[in-house]
Design a protein around this ligand. Structure first.
Ligand SMILES: Nc1nc2c(c(=O)[nH]1)N[C@H]1C(S)=C(S)[C@@H](COP(=O)(O)O)O[C@H]1N2
Ligand SMILES: [Mo]
Length: 406
């Protein structure tokens, strides 16, 4: 890791952005002095993330949770994965922040200040599941390039903001609108100002949903810097790459948005299943929309030791993109037989659902507990790996934990 280089290249202003606060007395610091928080430590972890979060890359910053850290119904800031494609904006002045709505399919482009957005439109709060399309990538074979996410690139925080649909209505959109694309203030890794790290989007049907927000708060506080302060598009249930951070613009398009990471194998999978390792032509790739049914056992932590005869209560969450999860089953015999867990309804559409079950084990020994969710259309999670695809997206295999009964 070349953290030192990263720090030397940045300015004190950028440090403050990373820390989320101003460095008081910065003008009194000896020349060339590097504050402790910016030396060998990772600024996200020191004040914002739990030390148990796993850093996958620091250029750009990417970190994931471990299953047992995600036990809360509402994911707290410190356990939320970070996925950045570029460099976090180095100067953020929320008093000057604007959102521009433009594109072929708006009648007249319009620009709003943050204050306009907050005062002109009604606010809503929803808990929304955000899962990176590449969550679970590390299991694919042949291996797929990219962050080697295991299971921790998923969160379900509480987001507060205004409806994108209310803003689009205020601007006035044309009948030929088919897609929206977002623009963020982050910086390309090459620092070339003409390049965008990412600019993705979604069809109008998703853009106009009640739960699709322009959010300014997460878990009742301003959105943390790493998660898109001061404004973020949040589209729950779809690959989290649709939820643009540090949002400066939305383009309403008369065709499928063609921004960075909308084409090739980015967030796209073969429309029909292929052999592992097979080359797939561009026109045979389809954009990922709703995420597949999935679940996570968040209690106990894998490796738990249980006293014989005492039994165990397992806990976790299940989610299924646009759909509700209908059933959650668990198995202690490697998937030979399954029992139903208790599954709660979601607090709102697109929020994950909690489950728990009282598990008993027949005798001492090693066991694995597997969880399998079924969505409202009857789709079940595969027990092991689902279909291979070039970038290793959509791994919704059953989550498993190991336990020893002694
Ligand atoms: N502007 C911008 N928005 C972005 C990204 C990014 O790099 N830049 N990454 C996307 C991807 S791929 C994911 S998975 C989510 C991660 O959100 P989080 O870091 O808040 O968990 O943000 C999405 N929005
Ligand atoms: Mo992602």
């Amino acid at each position: 890791m070349k953290r030192r280089n990263f720090i030397r290249k940045s300015s004190i202003g950028a440090f403050s952005v990373l820390l989320g606060v101003d460095i008081v007395y910065k003008e009194l610091m000896p020349k060339g002095y590097l504050p402790l928080a910016l030396q060998d430590t990772d600024p996200f972890k020191l004040f914002q993330k739990d030390p148990e979060m796993v850093v996958l890359n620091d250029k750009p910053w990417n970190m994931e949770a471990q299953a047992h850290l995600l036990n809360d119904y509402i994911t707290p800031n410190k356990y939320m994965f970070i996925r950045n494609n570029g460099i976090i904006p180095e100067q953020i002045d929320s008093s000057k922040w604007t959102l521009k709505i433009d594109g072929e399919s708006v009648k007249t482009p319009k620009e709003y200040s943050l204050k306009d957005l907050k005062t002109k439109f009604k606010s809503y709060t929803y808990q929304l599941t955000l899962e990176c399309g590449g969550n679970g990538r590390s299991e694919f074979n042949p291996p797929a390039k990219g962050n080697q996410w295991t299971i921790g690139a998923v969160s379900c925080a509480k987001w507060t903001g205004i409806r994108l649909k209310d803003v689009l209505e205020d601007v006035g959109i044309k009948e030929d609108a088919v897609y929206i694309g977002y623009h963020g203030a982050d910086i390309h890794l090459s620092r070339n100002p003409n390049k965008n790290p990412i600019s993705r989007g979604a069809p109008m049907s998703k853009a106009l949903q009640e739960e699709t927000l322009l959010a300014f708060a997460m878990n009742d506080e301003p959105i943390p810097i790493a998660h898109g302060y001061p404004l973020r598009l949040v589209a729950g249930g779809w690959p989290a790459s649709v939820s643009g951070k540090w949002l400066t613009g939305i383009s309403v398009r008369n065709k499928v948005h063609d921004g960075e990471k909308m084409g090739g194998s980015s967030y796209r999978v073969p429309c029909e299943p292929v052999e592992p390792g097979e080359k797939v032509a561009d026109e045979d790739m389809c954009i990922i929309e709703s995420m597949p049914v999935k679940s996570l056992i968040t209690y106990p932590k894998t490796g738990a030791i249980i006293k014989n005869g005492s039994g165990l209560t397992i806990k976790g969450h299940a989610w299924a993109g646009e759909l509700e999860v209908e059933e959650l089953e668990y198995s202690i015999d490697f998937g030979n037989s399954w029992k139903s867990a208790q599954l709660k309804k979601p607090v709102n559409r697109l929020a994950w659902q909690h489950f728990d079950a009282r598990v008993s084990f027949p005798k001492t020994g090693y066991y694995e507990v597997w969880a399998r969710a079924t969505d409202a259309n009857g789709n079940k999670q595969p027990m092991l790996l689902p279909g291979w695809n070039p970038k290793g997206y959509l791994n919704n295999a059953c989550h498993r934990i190991a336990v020893k009964v002694v």
